[in-house]
Design a protein around this ligand. Structure first.
Ligand SMILES: [Cu+2]
Length: 156
C-alpha cells in the first residue's frame, strides 16, 4: 500500500497533535508521580520559580504567566515563606528561563550545579530554628541576580 500525500499529511498531523497534547501531560504526571512518592503528606511544600527579571516567583508558574512576566520589567518579587517551628519544609525549585541557583545558608543548603529550566530540584529540611532567614540565587543569572532573594519565616 502506498501512502498518498494526503494520508501522510493526516498521519503527521495526528502525530503532531499527540506530541503537543501528550508531552505536557506526560511531564506533569511524571513530576507528580516522582515527587508525591518522596514528599511526606505532612510536609509544608512550596514551589519557587526563578525568573531573571522577576526574581523568585512563589507557586506554580505556567508558561503563559512567564511570558507576561517577561514584559513587566523592574518589579522584583521577594517572596516570604511562612512555616512553623518543627515543620518539614520542602522546596521545589524551578527555573522559567536560565540556570538559577539556590542557597539557604542557615540550613547549609547550597545548590552548586544549578537549577536547569524544565527540571525540578527539591530540597527539604526541618525548620528547627525560629526567625527570619534569607534565601537567594547563587548562580549569576542576569542583571537582577543580586535582587533574587526571599525570606523564610519560622514562627515559634
Ligand atoms: Cu537567579
Amino acid at each position: 500500500m502506498r501512502l498518498t500525500d494526503k494520508t501522510l499529511d493526516k498521519y503527521l498531523f495526528l502525530l503532531l497533535i499527540l506530541i503537543v497534547v501528550g508531552l505536557p501531560i506526560g511531564i506533569e504526571s511524571y513530576d507528580r508521580y516522582v515527587w508525591q512518592k518522596k514528599i511526606p503528606a505532612e510536609a509544608a511544600v512550596f514551589t519557587l520559580t526563578g525568573h531573571t527579571q522577576r526574581g523568585w516567583l512563589l507557586g506554580e508558574v505556567q508558561a503563559h504567566d512567564v511570558l507576561s512576566f517577561g514584559q513587566m520589567r523592574g518589579s522584583v518579587e521577594k517572596p516570604v515563606i511562612e512555616v512553623s517551628k518543627g515543620d518539614l519544609v520542602v522546596l521545589k525549585l524551578k527555573s522559567s528561563d536560565v540556570v538559577h541557583g539556590f542557597s539557604l545558608k542557615d540550613w547549609g543548603i547550597i545548590i552548586s550545579d544549578g537549577i536547569q529550566p524544565g527540571k525540578v530540584v527539591t530540597v527539604s529540611f526541618r525548620a528547627d530554628k525560629v526567625g527570619s532567614f534569607t534565601f537567594s540565587c547563587n548562580a549569576i543569572c542576569g542583571d537582577n541576580h543580586e535582587n533574587m532573594k526571599g525570606t523564610l519565616v519560622v514562627k515559634a
